[in-house]
Design a protein around this ligand. Structure first.
Ligand SMILES: [Zn+2]
Length: 458
């Protein structure tokens, strides 16, 4: 018995020794990924070029096409196994001339800095004038009814809820006004809408973002107003509820145009037909430079491939960068990619998206089966030294979300959200507001997770 026990003990030691060794190897690889990311300027320079040489990249615009060419060129310069474009058709909405807005009060004219909301119809050259009715809820709108709303401009002034820990909570508490405001107001005969920006920030930037129309109702023009100016307008209405508000927008939509997803990959050495995706969206809103939303997601995802090459990781599975087009408006890129995966019957292990801004990462959220989540959670110990505490079940990303049917584990990079809505969809979303180290921690974190998924499966 004692003899056997000795063998048993020896085998335990060998096994645990081996595990400790392999854990050391993985920890060393991951340390190298972070070291390379934190000491490199390449990804940050890519972001600078994307933001400063191209700028805002509205779906269907020349700038969006320039961005596709820029990213394709960078990928081709990386010595990857495959770089290609995936064609799709997208909406072609243009903002037109700088928007004009003002209120005629008893004391005189007060100007406002406004922006047309995404896909809104324009007012026409002459602009639009009307009395304003302020509302904070759908119920209030309904109670006011046609008699109070018809022929007027509806002003949605509900502020974002500040209470939640993540700022997405505040955004979620107010963005319904932007999305549905025009449709719901048109039901009662409104002629236009003004919408307080969906942000927890308090500043003078109007934030744009997509809105929706209902084809059976009149399409009325919609503009966004900053949180500060929203309060100013509320104040003016308290003094004079009959003030006349004027705004002029020349935004318009032409026929759909051709566009592309941009794809680049490192072929897997053992399972080239099995894919791990990492990506972000190429398009952005046009008021700023699309730096945090989602320039950082794009350059971080490209950086994952470079990090693999740079420290000499040869993946067993194919690691594929996807730059999705049209996330902001109709998500045609995400849909197209998922359709292609389905048509080719391509196996996907996982798809990671970075679209919460280039801020300090804190973990990953998983939209996956319980077994996949359990496996992913077992990787947490390797990332804990980099303050990646959150390995949780939750959402993933808008673009990778379309891959749900494929059975892939869908994964979102979780980042510190406190400053995201200071920039989101506004003229303030510029390169200068991205911190290189914070952004690169995100690149390394995604590379590390992909390294573990590739090595141990999921
Ligand atoms: Zn985004």
């Amino acid at each position: 018995m004692i003899k056997y026990f000795k063998y048993f003990l020896a085998s335990i030691l060998i096994l645990t020794g081996f595990n400790a060794y392999s854990q050391d190897v993985d920890s060393a690889v991951i340390r190298n990924l972070y070291s390379e990311a934190l000491t490199s300027n390449i990804s940050y320079e890519n972001l600078r070029e994307l933001c400063k040489n191209i700028g805002g990249r509205l779906t269907g615009s020349k700038h969006a096409n320039d961005a596709i060419k820029f990213i394709e060129g960078k990928l081709k310069g990386m010595n990857l196994d495959n770089v290609y474009l995936q064609e799709l058709k997208v909406r072609n909405w243009e903002r037109g001339e700088k928007e004009v807005a003002n209120a005629m009060t008893k004391k005189g004219r007060v100007n406002f800095n406004v922006c047309a909301l995404g896909i809104s119809v324009g007012t026409g050259d002459k602009g639009l004038t009307g009395k304003v009715i302020e509302v904070k809820s759908w119920e209030e709108l309904k109670n006011l009814g046609k008699e109070n709303i018809e022929g007027r401009i509806v002003f949605f002034s509900r502020a974002a809820d500040q209470k939640g820990y993540t700022t997405g909570y505040g955004y979620g508490s107010s963005v319904d006004q932007r999305v549905k405001g025009a449709v719901e107001s048109a039901r009662y005969g409104a002629i236009g809408v003004i919408v307080r920006s969906a942000t927890v920030a308090y500043d003078g930037y109007p934030h744009t973002g997509v809105m929706r129309y209902n084809d059976s109702l009149t399409k009325i023009p919609a503009i966004g107003i900053s949180t500060k100016e929203s309060d100013i307008l509320s104040g003016l209405l308290k003094e004079d509820k009959d003030l006349e508000f004027y705004f002029r927008t020349t935004c318009h939509q032409d026929a759909d145009v051709k566009s592309f997803n941009v794809i680049g990959e490192i072929k897997g050495s053992e399972f080239p037909e099995e894919v791990i995706v990492v990506g972000g969206h190429v398009d952005s809103w046009d008021l700023g430079e699309g730096a945090h939303d989602d320039g950082t997601g794009i350059v971080q995802s490209m950086e994952v491939l470079r990090l693999f090459q740079s420290i000499g990781i040869k993946p067993k599975h194919t690691i594929r960068f996807v730059g999705f087009m049209d996330e902001e408006i109709d998500q045609k890129g995400g849909r197209k990619y998922a359709d292609a995966v389905k048509n080719k019957n391509e196996k996907h292990l996982a798809a990671i998206e970075s679209d919460g801004g280039g801020f300090t990462p804190h973990g990953f959220s998983f939209e996956a089966s319980d077994a996949q989540i359990e496996k992913l959670k077992s990787f947490q110990k390797y990332l804990e030294p980099y303050w990646m505490h959150l390995f949780v079940k939750g959402g993933s990303g808008v673009d990778v979300g379309f891959l749900k049917e494929s059975g892939a584990a869908l994964i979102g990079l979780i980042v510190d959200s406190q400053r995201y809505f200071d920039y989101h969809h506004s003229a303030n979303d510029v390169f200068e507001n991205v911190n290189r180290r914070e952004m690169q921690l995100g690149s390394a974190s995604m590379a590390a997770l992909i390294y573990l998924i590739d090595k141990y499966g999921i």
